[in-house]
Design a protein around this ligand. Structure first.
Ligand code: AQP
Length: 350
C-alpha cells in the first residue's frame, strides 16, 4: 500500500533548547514543511521518564512546554498549515504504546544505548518509563502513520526500533490487517529517519567527543537558543580547541573533534558545505574563526531568541496553538486507534 507521506517529530520539554536541538532537528522540521504535511510535538510524557530534578517539576514542565512551542514557531514552523501540539493532550499516544509494549521484545530494548547512558550505573533505580521510552516514541510516530521522521543522529537507533515494531505488528496481525481491507498486510508504514546536514550530531563545546546536551552540568558546554549575544560570544571564545591552525581540507578535521564540531556548526548555520568553510578559514588561527562564528551565531539566533521571548510572554496564545493542534492531531489519531483496535480484536462502540 502506498502511504500518504507524513512527517512526525518531537522535542522533550526538559530544559533549555540548544544549538544541537536546533541544527540536528528543528532546522529540518522547518524545511520539511515545504514538501510534506508535518506534525511537530512537544513530547511532555517523555520528559517524565527522567528524575523530577531533571525536568524540574510541574510548573517547570509547563513553562518548558510553552518555551519549546515558542522555539518551533520562532524558528519558522507554521502551526496553521501544520500541526503543533503537546503529546499528553492526545491519549492515543499512551494507548498505542501499550499495544506496542506487547509487540516489542525485551531483547530489543536491552540493546538501546540511550537507556544505558541515561540510566548510568544506577540502572535498578531508573524508571520503567526510561526503559520503555523507545516504545512510546514508536507510538508517537505510528499513531499518525508517519512516513518520515527528522531527528538528530542520536535518535537513529530508536528509529530503527520503531521500524522493527511496525514490521512485527504487520507480521503478527497480517491476516487481520488483510481482513480489514489492507490487502498488502501493511497497516503501519516503516518510518524513514531523516538525518541530514553538516550538524546531525553537535558536540559539547567543552569536549568534542560528547554530545551537546540539555542535561550537561556545564552551561558552557552548549549554546542555548535563548542565550544573549554576550553569552554566545563568551561560550564560543571559551570553547575547547587545539593549538593547530584550521586545516584547509575536511580530511584534516578527522582526528580533531573540537575543530570538526566548530566547523560543522559554522557550515550548518551558513548553509554551506564544510569544505567551502575550510577553503575560507583553512590555515588561519582559531581566534579569527571563532570571531566569525560568534557573529554568525548571533545573527542567526538573536531573532529566534527575541521571538521566543515575545511568545512566552503570552502563554494564553501559546496554549491556544497547542489546544488547536491537539484537536487536529486527535482526529488523525482516532482513525488509527479505531483501525488498530479492530485489527487487534478489541471490541468497541461503532
Ligand atoms: N547534540 C545534538 N546534535 C544534533 N541533534 C541533537 N538532538 C539532541 N541533541 C542533539 C536532537 O534534538 C531532537 C530533540 O531532542 P530531545 O529533546 O527529544 O532529546 P535528547 O536527544 O535527549 O536531547 P538532549 O538535549 O540531548 O537532552 P538530554 O540532555 O536529556 O539528553 C532530537 O531529534 C535529537 O536527535
Amino acid at each position: 500500500m502506498a502511504f500518504v507521506e507524513r512527517v512526525f517529530s518531537g522535542v522533550q520539554p526538559t530544559g533549555n533548547l540548544h544549538l544541537g536541538n536546533y541544527l540536528g532537528a528543528i532546522v529540518n522540521f522547518v524545511k520539511m514543511q515545504e514538501t510534506h504535511n508535518c506534525i511537530y510535538c512537544v513530547v511532555d510524557m517523555h520528559a517524565l521518564t527522567q528524575p523530577v530534578e531533571v525536568w524540574g517539576g510541574p510548573s517547570e514542565l509547563a513553562r518548558n512546554t510553552r518555551e519549546v512551542t515558542a522555539a518551533f514557531i520562532a524558528a519558522g514552523i507554521d502551526p496553521k498549515k501544520h500541526i503543533v501540539f503537546n503529546q499528553s493532550q492526545v491519549s492515543g499516544h499512551a494507548e498505542l504504546a501499550w499495544i506496542f509494549n506487547c509487540v516489542a521484545r525485551v531483547g530489543w530494548l536491552n540493546r538501546m544505548t540511550q537507556f544505558k547512558e541515561k540510566a548510568g550505573k544506577d540502572r535498578e533505580n531508573a524508571s520503567v518509563g526510561l526503559y520503555d521510552y523507545p516504545v512510546l516514541m514508536a507510538a508517537d510516530i505510528l499513531l499518525y502513520r508517519a512516513t518520515h521522521v527528522p531527528v538528530g543522529d542520536d535518535q537513529k537507533q530508536h528509529l530503527e526500533l520503531s521500524r522493527d515494531i511496525a514490521q512485527k505488528f504487520n507480521n503478527d496481525f497480517g491476516d487481520s490487517i488483510r481482513g480489514h481491507g489492507y490487502n498488502d498486510g501493511m497497516y503501519f508504514p516503516l518510518p524513514e529517519p531523516f538525518i541530514t546536514g553538516p550538524a546531525t550530531r553537535v558536540m559539547s563545546l567543552r569536549d568534542g567527543t560528547k554530545k551537546m546536551s540539555k542535561s550537561d552540568a556545564s552551561d558552557y558546554s552548549r549554546i542555548n537558543l535563548t542565550d544573549d549575544a554576550d553569552t554566545i560570544a563568551q561560550k564560543i571564545r571559551k570553547a575547547k580547541t587545539d593549538p593547530e591552525p584550521l586545516p584547509s581540507e575536511e580530511k584534516g578535521l578527522e582526528p580533531r573533534p573540537e575543530a570538526d564540531n566548530l566547523v560543522g556548526i559554522y557550515a550548518a548555520l551558513s548553509e554551506r558545505p564544510k569544505a567551502e568553510v575550510l577553503r575560507e578559514f583553512g590555515g588561519g588561527q582559531f581566534s579569527s574563526f571563532k570571531n566569525a562564528l560568534v557573529e554568525l551565531c548571533v545573527t542567526k539566533l538573536s531573532p529566534i531568541a527575541a521571538e521566543m521571548k515575545r511568545l512566552v510572554a503570552d502563554p494564553g496564545h501559546v496554549d491556544a496553538i497547542l489546544i488547536d493542534g491537539a484537536d487536529r492531531a486527535r482526529t488523525i489519531a482516532a482513525e488509527t486507534m479505531k483501525a488498530t483496535q479492530d485489527i487487534v480484536g478489541f471490541v468497541r462502540k461503532r
